[in-house]
Design a protein around this ligand. Sequence first.
Ligand code: MN
Length: 720
Amino acid sequence: MLRQFELIERVKAYDPDADEDILNRAYVFTVKMHGTQQRASGDPYFSHPVEVAGILTGLKLDTDTIVTAMLHDTLEDTVATPEQIQQQFGPNILRLVDGVTKLSKIEAQTESERAAENFRKFLLAMSDDIRVLLVKLADRLHNMRTLHFIKNPDKRRRIARETMDIYAPLAERIGMYEIKDELQEIAFRELEPEAYETVTSRLEQLRAMAGDMVPRVIEQLSLTLAEAGIDADISGREKRPFSIWRKMKERHIAFEQLSDVMAFRVVVPTIADVYTALGRIHTRWPCVPGRFKDYVSTPKRNGYRSLHTTVMGRDPLRIEIQIRTADMESEAEYGVAAHWGYKQGQKKGTKAKKVNGADAGHQYPWLQDLLDILENAGSAEELMEHTKLAMYQDQVFAFTPKGELIRLPKGSTAVDFAYAVHTNVGDTAVGAKVNGRSVPLRTILRNGDQVEVLRSKTQTPQAEWDSYVITGKARSAVRRYVKEREREDYKNLGKQILANILSRMPAEVNDSAVKAALGRLKLSDLDALYVALGKHDLADDAVMEAILPGSSPTPGKAKRGKDTPIAPGGTPITLKGLTAGIAVHLAECCHPIPGDRIVAIRTAGRGVDVHTIDCKTLEQLSHVPDRWIDVAWLPQDEAPSHYTASLLVVAQNQPGALATVTAIIAKTNANIANVKLSQRDQHFHSFTLDLEVADLAHLTSIIAALRAAKVVSSAERLRA
Ligand code: MN
């Protein structure tokens, strides 16, 4: 077990200015807090956080990270409180420890490959300070190193599976290849003990037979290339049992046929050297047919460039060799780091000696960059900016109530979530609960939100959703539905228009005459005719002409009669000038009521909007006179009794003012549909009132009554 002074010595070795005091205090704190708790190994529990800290010193991480590692289990497993940690170690350490604790609480769901991939990305997105993730990975590594102490085989397998599916790929993703290899190795041994045994014993046999081949092959390669005058950097290693096993499985081949037991890398100065080196190597050793790949002239999709070849070495060994330039090498190695925008200029062209991973400082080049940033960042924000994992900053991860992870683009709303779960769920969504609280569907989701979609059988997609959904799936579903409904509206409208046209024909027209006209109008069927009429794509006169040439009042002129009725989907009221049964919208801008002089405006797909003749909206419509319809109110007893009108009432700022106003309105038998306090200062309150009134006379009497009241300083009908 790592001792207190050893740990501090390790930190001091790479960071002579490290704060020894805080390291000592963290050590004492974790020992005290974990007290007599024990690990499955029988060791005192605190050996675990200390070992985790030790792993991180191997990565030369900053003092905050080492301290966090020592404290990482205290919040979860001991009586230590956040306040204690904040008080003794500061808010920064608390934030980091808290981050690690949160990651540990999330139960991984690894039943499917997609779920595992989502979970990895979720971990990345949650770790907005990469040091949290580093501690978590070191924690997992130490738990894997001590996995064999756990007695329950099911538990061991579950942990190993999770490591294989989640943590090893995660380590790889952020460039920690060494940790990835070790995690995979231990998990492999646990999950497939027989396979592990087979591969390792074969490797041992091989070594016993041929000795350690790696240095000898490097020497031979060096000599061959030196003869050609190529200045090459050569490294090589024996492959790990897990990667050997994976290759065997992928290619369905036996160990003997496997060429990838050893891998070598040749790094040369120029692209010309790359091909020269290849030629030399192929001259010296016979190449294995079918194994040569030129990713230099044809790079892989992620930009990876290198030559790959396999040659026959001394029987029975085959040797895999990658040949590339220093530039290609750094691209391949810093690929991930490059994603994060880390500077890498000074790394290019440096010659790293990496025989058997001897030079540890070069194993994690991006980490060195990270350390530079940690040291040099001017502010907390700048630090966050640099250490954030930019790769997934454009995504958000939310859970279903059952814990399934749903990945969405950033800015997604509850509707996007609903559609991501299932189209049916989206179509019938009426509301959502986020983390147990009811929220509107337009609510933008945040990382880690648990979202429950509330549904109703009678709900259908709403046109307004289109204004705030951002995923393609949700958007296309909403639009498709709205379009269908619109077409249905046009069809109904067109049916009524056709009935009106037929009634104006000089002679009686039967169905077959109408059907015969479809061909002349180049329409496929009756529905198409309805839609064309409803959409205003086809003029009334054109239809009349098609049915009975010479029958339209203005042959050849595409203009619809002024009194043509219109409109489904509005209020069921009737106006003079429109055919009975056709619904009408009373415009929201001017709220016409009976008694007002009005005009109807034909609106594509919506029917007619009725405005008061003095409404400002009409000014914008003066250029389309053919959409105007002259209409008038029917006598009172034939019309419904509720019309909405808006009032602006300014009342004195005194107790009971609003009550007085509403009492006056109640006395006039009008309903208040809505009240809004629109302005308020020291002396006056302004209210906007939506009233349900019978007609203009009714409204006028209400305004008069209000103006008569003492508290009311003015009452005005509101117009757009
Ligand atoms: Mn732990």
